[in-house]
Every structure is written in C-alpha cells, then in structure tokens.
Write a protein that binds this ligand. Sequence first.
Ligand code: UDP
Length: 139
Amino acid sequence: MSTNKTFTMIKPDAVANGYIGAILNDIIKDGFQIKAMKYIHLTESEAGSFYAIHKDRPFYSELVAFMTSGPIVAAILEKDNAVESFRTLIGATDPTKAAEGTIRSKYANSIEANAVHGSDSDANAEIEGNFFFSQFERF
Ligand code: UDP
C-alpha cells in the first residue's frame, strides 16, 4: 500500500536558472499540496549524509559538490500515490531520456544537474522528509 507523501528538492541548477516558480507551478497544477517547504544552502556534510546511499558510486563526490554549489528548495508534498505520481511528473534521471512535458525534460541540464529530486519509495520519503523538517515545520 502506498502512502500519500513524497519529498522533493529543487536542485541548485534549477534554482540558479530561475525555475523555482515554474517548477512549483507544475507541481501544484499536477495536484500536489505543499505540506512543508524551506529554501536552504546544504553543507557538504548534509549533502553527503543525504546521498550516503550513493557513497560507493563513481559520481558521489561530484554529486555532493553539485548539491552544495548553491541554494535548494526542499519540500514535503501530498497527493494520492505521491511517490509514483511524482516520479512520473519529474521523468527519468537522465533528462535526455525523460518523457516530453516532464519537469526534468523541461528544466534539467544533465544527468547530474537534473533539476529536481523525488523520493523513490514510501520509506525513503519518510526518511528524507524527516532529514529536513521537524514536526513543527510541517502541516
Ligand atoms: N546522478 C549522477 N550521475 C549518474 C546518476 C545519478 O550525477 O550517473 C545523480 C543525479 O543528480 C540523480 C542522483 O544522482 O538525481 C541520484 O541518483 P538516482 O539514481 O537515485 O536517480 P533519481 O532517483 O534522482 O532519478
């Protein structure tokens, strides 16, 4: 059974390119409600912990450098079947393979600088939301 929450980040490339408003608009138009949101600049230690699952992959240190290169927007989103629905909205990891109309196809630059994060499971949505937000920062 799926829960109704997912976690997202608008990554530094999309923030730097001026896409915060456009991406939030796409998310809201797709039926998601924002349950928590913050605009922050991750430290190396925070980005390293968030992506610890990828620490043995060749792109890990570059990914941490990219995610600390500028501010991001982090948010908890709610919709029925949120995790799967949001992964459909953002498209494939590599924007050249992302379906037309998806957020990554519209706003991303590369497989690394791919505009947005979306949790890949209900369990990770819970862990990632808790990583960024206390119980007082969510609705
Ligand atoms: N990533 C990368 N190079 C790769 C694959 C992934 O830099 O070859 C980055 C990219 O920013 C991606 C993140 O690592 O969003 C996490 O990778 P994952 O495979 O979990 O993709 P996602 O779930 O974000 O689509």
